[in-house]
Design a protein around this ligand. Structure first.
Ligand code: UDP
Ligand code: MG
Length: 322
């Protein structure tokens, strides 16, 4: 393998839920790949509540190479996103690379991800172009989900679900992990202004253990998609969004009320027997509620950004004196 010129050191983050059989080989392969590429690295194993003795093995690996192998053991199973978040939180190096524990991702792809980072990208996403999973229950739903995510988020990748990705630490620090959101991290990063690239990566069939997911995940992914779309469009300006619909509804209600009144005055039409009255009531009350929701949203936004000292912008570069 060619000597890599990458200046970055890498934190490899491995979420683990009952994958004890794969771990020795995974560790071996990561070491091979990183040493061949001449990259400084650490591996952070996060045991997400495994019951198969993964934690004991991690302890042993850490004792063999305390500088290189670090580990975290959760008290119970919190899910892959939480496991990745814990790994990201304690990563020390400039580039963070999450990878599946089950050997389906190929550690030998990591140096290629790093080359892309060297080119100036902030996030490099793996694309399992030749994915070795079941067609009906996994690949097909995932293909549809990928298309949908691409269309709705406007961040065009082929494969959001691939765990193997590389993140520059600066963008990783701005990311929040919730629910099953780990697949949307490149989207969130891109919305925050990060440069995102995608490269094809190797994918291998699962040799040990079982997949932790089934078809049910597709639905959860769609729900998360609604959440992040909502966050993007509305999170800093809820009144603009709810208020707009609220005003439109109130205007409709007011118009309907005028029609009701006009029909009473000029045609003697009974007000309580007039459909326009109900339209007027429905739309003015609905509009009032939307505006109220917008105002409550504004209060929430202020609490969110101010209590956590979050910034509504992200900076790529600035002059020294700042
Ligand atoms: N995983 C985890 N916690 C969970 C479920 C999964 O840490 O609750 C890990 C799992 O051990 C693996 C990765 O997340 O390293 C991806 O899981 P899996 O291989 O089951 O997903 P698939 O490849 O089938 O999409
Ligand atoms: Mg897998």
């Amino acid at each position: 393998m060619t000597e890599s010129k990458t200046a970055y050191a890498v934190s490899v983050v491995v979420p683990i839920f009952n994958e004890v059989e794969s771990l020795p080989r995974l560790y071996q392969e990561v070491r091979e790949a990183m040493e061949a590429a001449g990259v400084a690295y650490e591996i952070i194993f996060v045991d997400d509540g495994s019951t198969d003795g993964s934690a004991e093995l991690l302890r042993e690996l850490h004792q063999e190479a305390p500088q290189t192998v670090r580990y975290i053991v959760f008290r119970r199973n919190f899910g892959q996103t939480a496991a990745m978040a814990a790994g990201f939180d304690c990563a020390q190096h400039e580039v963070i690379v999450p990878i599946d524990a089950d050997l389906q991702n190929d550690p030998h792809d990591i140096p290629r991800l790093l080359e892309k980072i060297d080119e100036g990208y902030d996030v490099v996403s793996g694309w399992r172009a030749d994915r070795k999973d079941k067609l009906l229950s996994r690949r097909l739903p995932s293909m549809m989900a990928n298309r949908l995510i691409s269309a709705i988020t406007g961040v065009h990748l082929h494969d959001y679900g691939c765990t193997l990705k590389a993140y520059h630490r600066e963008v990783a620090e701005h990311m929040n992990f919730y629910g099953e959101l780990h697949r949307f991290l490149p989207v969130l990063a891109s919305w925050a202004g990060a440069r995102v690239a995608e490269i094809e990566v190797n994918h291998r069939p699962r040799e040990f253990g079982q997949s932790k997911y089934g078809i049910g995940r597709t639905l959860r992914v769609v729900l998360d998609l609604i959440t992040i779309k909502f966050l993007l469009s509305y999170s800093t300006k809820p009144m603009q969004v709810f208020g707009k619909w609220g005003m439109a509804a109130m205007a409709t209600g007011f118009g309907a009320a005028l029609i009701t009144l006009a029909q009473k005055l000029w045609k003697g039409q009974d007000v309580t027997d007039n459909a326009w009255l109900f339209i007027a009531m429905f739309f003015s009350l609905g509009g009032l509620q939307l505006i109220g929701m917008g105002l409550l949203g504004e209060i929430n936004v202020r609490t969110y950004y101010e209590s956590q000292q979050k910034s509504i912008y992200t900076i790529r570069e600035q002059s020294e004196s700042e």
